[in-house]
Design a protein around this ligand. Structure first.
Ligand code: HEM
Length: 478
């Protein structure tokens, strides 16, 4: 009996703490040994075997819903000197970057490859997956097709009939969940200006396929039947086939194309050597742009409804700006030039997008060992540019969680505003995103009143920040 008791005591005071200690430091010891020699790794803790620091990430993002504390705690521990630390997140050893300087370095540095989970899912010739010269060439096509003033002029007019019709139908319902409704109208508009698709069964199928793809992007990339990733690959294949059929139809009947949309634009554009895009490049990039743009625009617009309901003084100033324009238009649609001239609206749009923090972080992979301020970023590690923290840090923005469009009377401090990323991969649809929020604001403020059903709804942060109720509102005509 006494022997058994002594054995248990030994286990409790010896083996259990030792096992706990080993578990806690396992990853640190493992990676310290693997990357010994040369420059040292940044400070940080690699967390538990396999899980790394995922539990801590989920604690702050999902359970206590204080996403900025996740970085604040690290920052208090490791300081602002280098602005990065090592950890283990999303299944990989990672370097998290949080200071403006370190973010700038990561986003400008071409030796960091894009960190999308799989180029198979994004399309190997999609801008999202390409690198180097091929990326530069493709970028010039895509930016001309969606972010250039000519394209924006056209898109401004294309999206308004559906927007107007959607607003009218929401009034008929009286109460709507904004995020659900905005996703529908945004996808209808995307179908229209991307490939001249009209609402109907084809577009309904496409939206389901894109949801399947978006789920796969967030899932672990295991291509086995039953996994979200496998389903996403199948959805991608089906979506590409739908666009391919349309492209073939155009080639057959029109020689090239006579439709004024993104597919037509991509089919006609030529690079500096006079070469057009190959069919697969057109298709991959249409799919890639929908993946990159559809959900982010829907979220930005949803936050617009939310903040304008919460800040009536901002809404009042918007009405003062838009009512004279509406009077002048006399029922016509607002133009890109009108939108560009709305100074206050553009500040509101910027503030919505800053606070929406749709992309909390940007992922890269180190394609070789890189030294930064005396620390090694090892080849193959994830590098996570934590841009959210720049926008919610009081050192960069006064009272950062307050919705204050007037803060945009002054430009932000250098390197502190990276909602659209930075460097050679900066968002290719940034102007299009701003435009769509501004056009919605115009229609909303001149014609409608709305109130939040749950003004104190909690905010959820995964997969993207949004009020938990999806912004439920009562809406009526003014
Ligand atoms: C408010 C809405 C949006 C936000 C916050 C946003 C944010 C971002 C961010 C942070 C990146 C950088 C990713 C990186 O560096 O790897 C990015 C890239 C990109 N975005 Fe957006 N985006 C938005 C809307 C759009 C729209 C509407 C489109 C097009 C329809 C679009 C197309 C793209 C593309 C193609 C890239 C990849 C650029 C490249 O790799 O060269 N985005 N976006």
């Amino acid at each position: 009996m006494e022997v058994l008791f002594s054995l248990w005591t030994a286990v409790i005071i010896g083996i259990i703490p030792l096992a706990g200690w080993l578990l806690w430091w396992w990853n640190d010891i493992w990676y310290a040994v693997a990357y010994a020699g040369g420059t040292k790794l940044p400070p940080g803790h690699m967390g538990l075997p396999f899980f790394g620091e995922m539990l801590s990430f989920l604690w702050y993002f999902k359970i206590v819903r204080q996403p900025d504390e996740y970085i604040n705690i690290k920052r208090r521990k490791y300081g602002d000197g280098v602005g990065l630390y090592k950890t283990h997140l999303f299944g990989s050893p990672s370097i998290v970057v949080y200071s403006p300087m370190a973010n700038k370095f990561v986003l400008q540095e071409p030796t960091f490859s894009p960190g999308w989970p799989s180029s198979k899912l994004m399309g190997t010739t999609s801008l999202l997956a390409m690198e180097g010269d091929a990326h530069n060439r493709m970028r010039s096509f895509v930016v001309r097709a969606v972010n250039h003033p000519d394209a924006l002029h056209r898109i401004t007019l294309t999206i308004q009939p559906r927007l107007r019709a959607a607003l009218e139908s929401w009034v008929q319902s009286g109460r709507i969940v904004v995020f659900n409704e905005v996703k529908k109208v945004t996808f209808e508009n995307t179908g229209k200006y991307f490939a001249s698709f009209e609402p109907g069964p084809l577009l309904d199928t496409l939206i389901e396929l894109f949801y399947g793809m978006l789920d796969g992007i967030r899932a672990y990339p295991i291509n086995l039947p039953g996994t979200a990733y496998h389903h996403a690959l199948q959805c991608r294949w089906k979506a590409i086939e739908i666009f391919r059929e349309e492209l073939e139809k155009r080639k057959k009947f029109n020689g090239t194309n006579d439709k004024d949309d993104l597919m037509g634009e991509l089919m006609q554009l030529k690079d500096e050597e006079g070469k057009p895009l190959r069919d697969i490049e057109v298709l991959d990039n249409i799919a890639g742009l929908i993946i990159a743009g559809f959900e982010s625009i829907s979220l930005a617009i949803t936050w617009g409804f939310y903040y304008l309901a919460k800040y009536p003084e901002v809404l009042k100033k918007l009405r003062e700006e838009h009512l004279p324009i509406s009077k002048k238009l006399n029922g016509d649609f607002i133009t890109y030039d009108d939108v560009s001239s709305c100074k206050y609206t553009n500040k509101v749009v910027e503030e919505i997008i800053r606070l929406a923090n749709i992309s909390a972080c940007i992922f890269r992979i180190a394609s070789k060992d890189i030294d930064y301020k005396g620390y090694k970023i090892p080849k193959g590690w994830k590098v996570i540019s934590w841009i959210r923290y720049l926008h919610t840090n009081p050192e960069n923005f006064d009272d950062p969680m307050c919705f204050n469009p007037d803060r945009w009377n002054e430009p932000p401090k250098m390197g502190t505003y990276l909602v659209f990323g930075g460097g050679p991969r900066i968002c290719a649809g940034s102007k299009l995103a701003r435009l769509q929020v501004a056009v919605l604001i115009h229609h909303l403020v001149v014609g409608y009143r709305w109130e939040l059903v749950n003004p104190e709804a909690e905010i959820t942060y995964l997969s993207h920040p949004k009020p938990a109720d999806g912004v439920e509102i009562n809406i009526s005509k003014i």
